[in-house]
Design a protein. Structure first.
Lengths: 319, 483
């Protein structure tokens, strides 16, 4: 057989085999597929896991933390120490306002919280940043009520080299390994620390950023629901390391959008704390950041004290 | 448009290729060439359409200047037109590439505050301007003839080499378009083209982009680099740059073959070089040839006497200009200048018949190249110096985890942590792999000679291609697009 025919046949075969392999493992649990019945995935389906924790818990939580993976290390004990109430960290990966809506609807069904902390990322209002498929595969989906949802079948996280590597990791961890990334009591995350001597930049370009009107309106809806129940809302603009923040501010267009993003939040919520400003420069070290978008527990400790204990630090301002 | 994108691989390339041969066979070759010109302009302006008028005006001015030169009989007027044409090209480069650098330095020197808009560098301007300067010189020297507009435009914009070379001469490429055999699809060339393209894609997507992560991490944190990190950073960049640029050249050559056009080779295992003269005969070969023919030789001839000293002065100036061609910054000029000095040292050693043992010669050359590339990558001289300080151990050492007991470390006051990055093991594997590939493996040109289109070749090519396709989710630009 000719080289060209062989080349095309092998390409198609390999593509199908590798794609089938990734999908059968579904390392990030995006499609809810689990052919081999693995207990642990590369990224835990936190929307289900934390949902179940709340469903089965006897604790009467009075505070909730909502947010993305950036809020994972926001430790509930640090808030409890100041406010003396039980708090649950309901942050899940890769969030948009759809997640917050479903979570608020869910927790209001079972609990009577006094306050909610919403740690919101700059990306959360970006129209080109899709809602995670995992929301639609989770138990939270029904709390979107009758909202029309759109599953993205071609997720850019899939059919990638990273997904191949993570699929092998999933096999390794389930057969022989130790699970290192897991959720603890009250939705807390393991106390992960940055072992290098620097804060590495995560993706810091937002080429198609456009503020989504739908998401702004979602936030208004959330505020309305919480206000009706007399629940306090603390909105925190999630901290970014100084290098990451400068990448945004150095881009004139992005800097304008960044400003608009803050204005939108402060026009909706009465209590908005901005940690995405130059005050972060003293804290942009490995002690306070796992990487440029993921703060450590130490930074959240400082943040908690600033908001609830009125400590004097140059970190963060109230808008 | 990027070679390493789904749009290019699955739509633009097949459509352009099929369209070209279809038009050649069903209509005629002139329309086929026009199809290639239009496709290439689409390829160019897909990135940013505002650059299109620039490249079109550059083509028009150079085309008519060269025709005028060729038609003119009077030597003085010929020279004047040539100088005007040359001036136009240098003005384009100067305005779009060096204006900000020039004003920055004026502001610095005279403490002035001249405002200037930071201009985006038009894609490929250094390459298409250089190529057209060479054509003007050829026209002035009478070694080319009048050409048709379509042919001239195709010579400038032929998309495989438009953005980042290889830098070609008119006759090299357009002579091949004339050949009747090349107007029909040639399956042997198509196979070879796919093979070379995939090799280049693999170098870019799997190797260069992997090293790029570590290089970027390091150069973003020059303040905190310890000894091993500084070396890891500089080596990562050296490998990134080599795999990125030679990968691009391979892809360009591969695409050329698909169109039955053989583009000149641009790399020949440069990191195996045993001295800097040898390095420049293996690295960016077409640029070296351009600098030799159009900068070094005229400079040498401009001296009253041609001797070793004057040749070396000309070499130093030519290499500094080559550095400046790469980018408008002092780091690039210095990069060119230190390479110029190294070449002078090499020639002087040769003159005095000083020969180093092969391994030592390679070791010295490789480290010099690596140190030079650090300067090439750094955003400022002070950033480069910070990396050098780390490499010299003037910052601090951090030992790899597990190398020694924790209590000893604590008592001695040393730090212990991740050694290089969060992916220490992967980094070491890739570094070793990088050395094996650049020092022990056959280069693309050698692999091309060995290519038979066998069953084994098909499997290997398909494997590499599919892995690259999975790697394209992290599409990144080529480094030489910035020059």
């Amino acid at each position: 057989m000719d080289f060209l025919k062989r080349f095309f046949i092998y390409c198609i075969l390999l593509f199908l085999i590798i794609s089938a392999f990734i999908l059968s493992i579904d390392p990030y649990d995006k499609y809810g597929i689990n052919v081999f019945g693995f207990k642990h995935k590369a990224v835990m389906q936190s929307r289900d896991y934390k949902f179940q924790m709340l469903e089965t818990s006897d604790i009467d939580y009075k505070g909730f933390i909502l947010g993305s993976s950036a809020a994972h290390r926001f430790h509930t004990e640090d808030i409890k120490e100041i406010l003396k109430v039980d708090v649950f960290n309901y942050s899940v990966q890769h969030t948009t306002t759809d997640d917050y809506k479903a979570q608020v609807n869910h927790l209001l069904e079972r609990y009577n919280p006094k306050f909610i902390i919403l740690n919101i990322d700059f990306t959360a209002l970006d129209e080109s940043f899709d809602t995670d498929n995992r929301l639609y595969n989770s138990s939270l989906k029904k709390y979107l009520f009758n909202q029309k949802t759109e599953t993205h079948y071609f997720d850019s996280d899939y059919l990638s080299l990273r997904a191949i590597a993570d699929s092998f990791n999933v096999i390794g961890v389930n057969l022989w390994g130790k699970v290192t990334h897991k959720y603890l009591e009250n939705g807390n995350y393991i106390n992960e620390i940055n072992k290098t001597n620097r804060v590495n930049l995560k993706q810091s370009s937002y080429p198609h950023y456009k503020i989504s009107k739908k998401r702004v309106s979602d936030l208004l809806g959330i505020k309305k629901r919480l206000t009706e129940r007399n629940i306090d809302i603390y909105v925190l603009i999630s901290p970014l390391s100084i290098e990451h923040l400068r990448k945004i501010l150095d881009n004139p267009n992005l800097s304008k959008i960044h400003n608009q993003f803050k204005q939108e939040l402060s026009s909706i919520f009465p209590n908005v704390w901005d940690f995405e400003n130059l005050g972060i420069s003293d804290y942009s070290t490995p002690q306070y950041f796992i990487d440029s978008t993921h703060p450590t527990r130490s930074l959240f400790k400082v943040i908690s004290k600033k908001i609830f204990d009125h400590s004097s630090t140059n970190l963060g301002t109230r808008l | 448009m990027l070679f390493n994108s789904y749009l290019f691989i699955f739509i633009f390339l097949p459509v352009t290729l099929i369209g070209y041969f279809f038009i050649n066979s069903k209509i005629n070759h002139t329309i086929g060439k026009k199809w290639l010109v239009i496709s290439s302009l689409f390829f160019y302006s897909y990135w940013n359409i505002s650059y299109l008028p620039l490249i079109l005006s550059s083509i028009l001015v150079n085309f008519y200047s060269s025709r005028w030169i060729l038609a003119e009989q009077r030597q003085n007027r010929k020279k004047m037109i040539f100088l005007l044409g040359l001036g136009f090209n240098l003005f384009l480069l100067g305005y779009f590439k060096y204006r900000d650098f020039f004003l920055d330095n004026i502001n610095f020197l005279f403490s002035s505050d001249i405002n200037f808009a930071r201009l985006a560098l038009p894609l490929g301007i250094s390459f298409f301007t250089l190529q057209q300067i060479a054509y003007l010189v050829d026209a002035f020297q009478g070694i080319t003839e009048k050409k048709k507009m379509t042919d001239y435009s195709l010579f400038v914009v032929f998309f495989p080499q438009l953005i980042a070379g290889p830098i070609v001469h008119y006759q090299n490429v357009m002579g091949q378009f004339k050949n009747n055999e090349n107007k029909k699809i040639n399956l042997d060339n198509l196979k070879l083209g796919i093979y070379i393209f995939v090799l280049g894609l693999f170098k870019k997507v799997i190797l260069a982009d992997t090293f790029s992560g570590w290089a970027t991490e390091g150069f973003d944190h020059t303040d905190t680099l310890h000894f091993f990190q500084a070396w890891g950073t500089s080596l990562s960049y050296t490998f990134q740059l080599y795999f990125d640029f030679s990968g691009y050249s391979d892809m360009a050559i591969g695409i050329g073959y698909m169109f039955n056009i053989s583009l000149p080779k641009n790399f020949n295992s440069p990191l195996q070089a045993r001295n800097i003269v040898d390095f420049w005969s293996r690295w960016h070969i077409t640029l070296t040839q351009f600098i030799t023919s159009y900068v070094f030789t005229p400079l040498v001839r401009s001296f009253k006497e041609i001797n070793f000293r004057n040749s070396m002065i000309a070499m130093f100036i030519a290499m500094s200009i080559s550095g400046l061609w790469h980018g408008a910054a002092w780091t690039f000029i210095l990069y060119g200048a230190i390479h110029g000095l190294a070449i002078i040292v090499n020639h002087s050693m040769k003159k005095r018949k000083i020969k180093l043992p092969k391994t030592l010669a390679w070791f010295l050359a490789f480290n010099f190249i690596n140190i030079g590339f650090t300067l090439f990558r750094a955003t400022s001289l002070s950033d480069a110096w910070k990396v050098y300080q780390g490499m010299l151990g003037l910052t601090f050492f951090q030992l790899p985890k597990g190398i020694i007991s924790n209590s000893f470390i604590k008592s001695s006051g040393m730090t212990l942590g991740q050694h290089m990055t969060n992916d220490d093991n992967l980094f070491l594997v890739m570094l070793i792999l990088g050395f094996i590939i650049v020092l022990k493996q056959k280069n693309t040109m050698e692999l091309m000679d060995k290519f038979k289109g066998s069953h084994k070749d098909a499997i290997i090519t398909a494997f590499m291609f599919i892995f690259c396709i999975f790697g394209l989710t992290r599409v990144s630009e080529f480094i030489y697009f910035n020059f």
